[in-house]
Design a protein around this ligand. Structure first.
Ligand code: MCN
Length: 807
């Protein structure tokens, strides 16, 4: 199928009900904690109550006499049995030792696992954990990245000699000259992007059965990236990666964070091997909040934006301190991935960022929806808004004139990335229509003096799907990868039914449906007739090449691999049918479960007959066909590295750039600082749609997440390093009661670089954080303070109304 074909296709591009919903709505899904396993033991972690402490002694003797006690795993054992998890970052931070239990006899954040205990039931394991006595010597700690870079700050990792995990200067164009020549320089001393999570409905669950006969660990649990997880565990446990199998059945969301399951999974695996029985760990919500994987917290300092008197933004410079917490899990990717969206949505010509990743005694950050790019785009959006307000430009016109324009695509950014396609002005126009912009301005005028202030804000964002490692290497000359591939397999069974496997992992995105749609089109079947594999199984998908689900890539890589694989199967069916029906393969078309001769439908072979001949009567086929055909199409998708006709500077042209423009009308109560969202419009452009309903669902999900983060969700720590929001009483994720009815529209700008023009879009890009900050600013007006925080609870809004940032 090509881009043109989708216009005439039967299923691709259509709203097809999700295949997976039938079992999920009937409670027939199989989640990690439901999976029955005989002889199962349960694991509970004893965790640190201190932000930083040395472990002096661990006493498990009281546990040994408890009924239901099965055994335990101690940090000393882990030290002998494992090496630290792989570190990707350069010296000196590559000396960081990260293990599944307190590494080097120290704990570095509240909630860090110290001992893993096993019991015959979950309650028995909890009872055992309660008897374990750990003697700690508290150490000085640091919870603020700004303080952590001071010379006398406590060291999170003694072996590194500083709290700086990454230090890089990214300098594109000539920002000094731009600032000098600009008519206006907009300066802000400090802005802050806060910590929050993705709060998947289901926390992590890991079950490990160690099979001693073949020295293999079998894992069941929600894992978004099996390939990297097996590598991480294999290197740490000194075990072949191929002898670690990960099966993910249904699971309730990842949003990136379930990429980090290798840490607890390693402890559970070691216990399963040690005790000779299957072991399960089921994470509690509090555990998830402590170390399930926070999003990057970032401080921006010395921010300067160069603007001409006509309102043209020339460039930007800032210093960033990225608070990565106690361990750099998947870093330094966060330090480079934001560069994929260096320009955000704008025609910046100059950009200079001094970027440092900083250790603190807080929970580790993980890849988390919009990983690292979201923070940079929030900063750019905030500065665009601040500049418009300070210089008196209309915020709509200011954005419009600085957007990358439709005729400029493919657009090369300041750092050599290539934005593939888009139409931001049209998206903005539609977003403003959704909120009835002129009418909203009227409401705003009428609200003056009523005690309620109305504000209107715009959030413009990109979701850069696909293949981030490759981009990172070419931009930064650092990571030794040139990009991930993805595998797909499409097979015809002995009865003629069609079965698919992909390397992508489904945790709510609707892969089973979109795969079935494109395969059905190519084979002339219906999506219901395509049997899609549920979840993922590293042993199965390893046959095809597998990568996982992250970086909004499936619509490009997963679907790309499946299209390539189906193409091979189609060719095999054509070869078989042609030789039986006496035609050429090119004359064979597939329709209604038959291979038939074009223009002569009487000459037809049902798929069951095609399969029967291949599997049971190969002698009926010419030898060269029988020898080649197995009715299995297996293929890999790799992003195109060379795009003709484009000058290639440093960038690797392997990304897609979906965009979303949001517009928000909100009302602030001057007395309480409470925000009520009155109207909310979202316009998405992810290229050629495969399933518009799934896309809309994704946009809704990402929007709710972003609204919740902007107004309610905050992983605040106190000065002692205690997480103040370690459960759902203290951490409020938005519910339906907090949300407006969302209004949706779309624009379609097909990517010229992907198989059917689709672009990855599942992360969303965090537009609500941008739009809500802008709307609050608009409501607060010229006499109030400047919105310098991504998180704006009522007390902060009262402070803004009083002209500052805090009440
Ligand atoms: N799609 C489509 N047409 C397009 C683009 C996408 O029909 N033009 C469909 C795809 O086929 C897929 C879905 O939209 O079914 C999302 O596709 P894509 O953007 O490629 O993202 P991935 O499938 O690779 O999923 C990962 C992405 C990320 S990185 C996060 S974070 C995220 C997200 O998806 N986490 C999610 N969406 C989520 N949705 C749910 N329910 N739960 C999560 O944890």
């Amino acid at each position: 199928m090509t881009m043109q074909d989708t216009a005439t296709s039967t299923w691709t591009g259509k709203t097809v009900p999700r295949k997976e919903d039938d079992r999920l709505l009937k409670a027939q899904g199989e989640f990690g904690d439901d999976t029955p396993i005989a002889h199962l033991g349960h694991v509970v972690f004893v965790r640190s109550p201190y932000a930083h402490a040395r472990i002096l002694d661990i006493d498990v003797s009281a546990a040994e006499s408890l009924p239901g006690y099965l055994g335990c795993l101690l940090p000393d054992e882990v030290d002998v049995l494992t090496d630290g998890f792989m570190e990707l970052q350069p010296a000196p931070a590559d000396a960081e030792v990260d293990k599944c239990l307190a590494a080097g006899g120290k704990v570095r954040f509240v909630g860090e696992p110290v001992v893993a205990v096993a019991g015959t039931s979950r309650q028995a394991a909890r009872d055992v954990a309660a008897t374990v006595v750990v003697d700690y010597e508290p150490l000085p700690h640091v919870v603020d990245a700004r303080r952590a870079v001071e010379p006398e700050a406590p060291q999170v990792h003694d072996e590194i000699g500083s709290n700086v995990a990454w230090d890089g200067v990214y300098d594109w164009g000539d920002i000094d000259a731009a600032l000098k020549s600009a008519d206006h320089v907009i300066e802000v001393d400090e802005l802050h992007f806060h910590r929050f999570s993705s709060t998947p409905l289901e926390c992590s669950v890991v079950t490990v059965s160690y099979d001693a006969g073949i020295d293999t660990f079998n894992l069941i649990g929600g894992c978004a990236m099996p390939q990297i997880t097996t590598l991480m565990m294999a290197a740490a446990m000194r075990h072949p990666a191929e002898k670690i199998r990960i099966v993910s059945k249904d699971f309730g969301g990842s949003f990136g964070v379930k990429i980090g399951m290798y840490v607890p999974a390693t402890a559970v695996a070691l216990l399963s091997r040690k005790l000779g029985r299957p072991m399960r760990w089921t994470e509690t919500r509090t555990e998830h909040h402590w170390m399930g994987g926070h999003g990057n917290e970032r401080w921006f300092h010395n921010v300067k934006m160069a603007v001409t008197s006509e309102g043209r933004v020339l460039g930007l410079s800032y210093d960033a301190l990225d608070d990565v917490g106690a361990y750099t899990r998947y870093e330094p990717l966060g330090a480079v991935i934001w560069t994929q969206v260096a320009n955000a949505c704008y025609q910046l010509q100059h950009l200079k960022v001094h970027y440092r990743s900083i250790y603190t005694n807080k929970g580790p950050v993980h890849p988390n929806r919009g990983y690292s790019r979201l923070q940079h785009m929030w900063l750019v959006e905030r500065m665009m808004d601040i500049a418009a307000h300070r210089l008196g430009f209309d915020p709509v016109q200011f954005r419009l004139q600085n957007y990358v324009q439709p005729e400029q695509y493919p657009y090369e950014t300041v750092n050599g990335c290539v934005y593939d396609s888009g139409n931001l002005p049209l998206s903005l126009e539609k977003a403003l229509d959704l909120i009835e912009y002129d009418d909203a301005r009227r409401l705003q005028r009428e609200s003056a003096g009523t005690g309620k202030r109305i504000g209107i804000g715009i959030g413009s964002t990109l979701d850069s799907g696909t293949n981030n490692f490759g981009q990172a290497r070419l931009i930064n000359q650092f990571l030794p990868f040139s990009g991930n591939t993805e595998g797909g397999l499409v097979r015809m069974g002995v009865d003629g039914s069609v079965y698919t496997v992909t390397g992508g992992v489904a945790f709510g995105q609707g892969h089973e449906t979109t795969v079935a749609q494109v395969v059905a089109d190519m084979l002339g079947l219906t999506p219901d007739e395509i049997i899609t594999h549920r979840g993922s199984d590293s042993a199965l998908s390893a046959q095809t090449g597998f990568s996982g689900s992250y970086a909004s890539q499936f619509a490009v890589t997963g679907i790309g691999a499946i299209l390539n694989a189906t193409r091979k199967l189609v060719r095999e069916i054509q070869l078989v049918a042609a030789s039986i029906l006496g035609a050429t393969p090119e004359e064979i078309v597939l329709e209604g479960g038959h291979a038939l001769v074009l223009g002569d439908p009487e000459r037809a072979l049902p798929f069951a007959a095609v399969a029967g001949i291949v599997h049971f009567s190969p002698a009926d086929l010419p030898a060269e066909v029988a020898d080649e055909v197995g009715l299995v199409g297996r293929a890999v998708y790799r992003a195109p590295f060379e795009i003709p006709d484009l000058e290639r500077k440093r960038g690797n042209l392997t990304l897609t750039y979906a965009s979303q423009i949001h517009a928000c009308v909100l009302e602030i109560d001057e007395e309480t600082g409470e925000v009520k969202i009155l109207r909310y419009g979202m316009v998405d452009d992810c290229g050629t749609p495969i399933n518009p309903m799934i896309i809309q669902g994704q946009v809704h999900g990402a929007t709710v997440h972003g609204i919740s983060a902007a107004l309610f969700e905050h992983f605040a720590y106190d000065d002692d390093g205690q997480l103040l929001a370690a459960n759902f009483y203290d951490y409020h994720a938005a519910t339906a009661l907090d949300l407006p009815s969302l209004r949706y529209d779309s624009v379609v700008s097909p990517s010229p670089f992907t198989p059917i023009g689709a672009k990855g879009m599942g992360e969303g890009g965090g537009a609500p954080l941008h739009a809500i900050a802008a709307a609050i600013q608009d409501a607060v007006g010229g006499d109030g303070g400047v919105v310098l925080e991504s998180f704006n609870p009522p007390e902060r809004i009262l402070g803004l109304l009083n002209g500052g940032t805090e009440s």
